[in-house]
Design a protein. Structure first.
Length: 206
C-alpha cells in the first residue's frame, strides 16, 4: 500500500463519483474508498456495486458501513473511532479482508494495530473543511510518532495539498489523500498523477 489514496466526496465533486472513480482507476490509484454519508442503504448498495465493478485493478474499500462492505464483497472496510469496534469488524469481515482505522493519537494507533487493523489513517494532518467532525489537526508530528511505534502502513488524510503533502510523506506516511484538491479539478486523473509524482519524488529524497 503506497502512493495516492483516493476517497470519494459527492458533495464536493464537480463531476460525480462515477467519473471520479473511473478517473482514479485510469490514473492507477491502488486504493479507492467509497465514502457516502447522504444515501439510503439501498442507494449506497447500488452505487457501491457499480463502483466496485470499475475497480478491477484497484483495492475497493467501503467507508463506515460494514453491511454494505459485506453485501458487495468489497476488498475492505474503513472505520473511525465512533464506528463499530475494530475487534467486532475484524471478526465479521474475516482475517483476509482489509480493515483500515482512522486514528487521532498514538494510543489509538497502537491499539488499532494490536486489534487487527490492516492500515492506519492518521487524521486530520492539517485543517480540513472536507469532514466537519474531523477534529483538530495533528500535524506531521503524529505521523512520525506512529511510524516509530507501529509497523502497519500509514495513510495521511486531512487538509493535504500539493504544497504540504510532502511534509506528511517525509514524516513516514506510506499513502496520502487529498480530497478537495482532486475532486474539484476539471481533470481528476491528471491531478491524481501530479500527486503521485509528488509522492514518488518525495520518497526518492526521503
Amino acid at each position: 500500500m503506497k502512493g495516492y489514496y483516493f476517497i470519494t466526496d459527492s458533495r464536493l465533486s464537480i463531476h460525480g463519483d462515477l467519473y471520479d472513480v473511473t478517473a482514479a482507476c485510469r490514473a492507477g490509484v491502488e486504493i479507492i474508498q467509497y465514502r457516502q454519508k447522504h444515501e439510503t442503504a439501498g442507494e449506497f448498495f447500488t452505487h457501491a456495486l457499480e463502483l466496485k465493478n470499475l475497480c478491477k485493478n484497484s483495492i475497493f474499500i467501503i467507508n463506515d458501513r460494514l453491511d454494505i462492505a459485506l453485501a458487495v464483497d468489497a476488498d475492505g472496510l474503513h472505520i473511525g473511532q465512533d464506528d463499530l469496534p475494530l475487534t467486532v469488524v475484524r471478526k465479521l469481515m474475516g482475517p483476509d479482508k482489509i480493515v483500515g482505522v482512522t486514528v487521532h493519537s498514538l494510543e489509538e494507533a497502537v491499539e488499532a494495530q494490536a486489534n487487527g487493523a490492516s492500515y492506519l489513517a492518521v487524521s486530520p494532518v492539517f485543517a480540513t473543511d472536507t469532514k466537519s467532525d474531523a477534529g483538530a489537526p495533528c500535524g506531521p508530528e503524529l505521523i512520525q510518532k506512529v511510524r516509530a511505534a507501529c509497523s502497519l502502513p500509514i495513510a495521511a488524510i486531512g487538509g493535504l495539498t500539493m504544497e504540504n503533502a510532502a511534509g506528511a510523506i517525509r514524516a513516514g506516511a506510506d499513502m496520502f489523500c487529498a480530497i478537495s484538491a482532486v475532486v474539484t479539478s476539471e481533470d481528476v486523473s491528471e491531478r491524481i498523477k501530479r500527486f503521485q509524482e509528488l509522492y514518488d519524488d518525495t520518497i526518492n529524497k526521503r
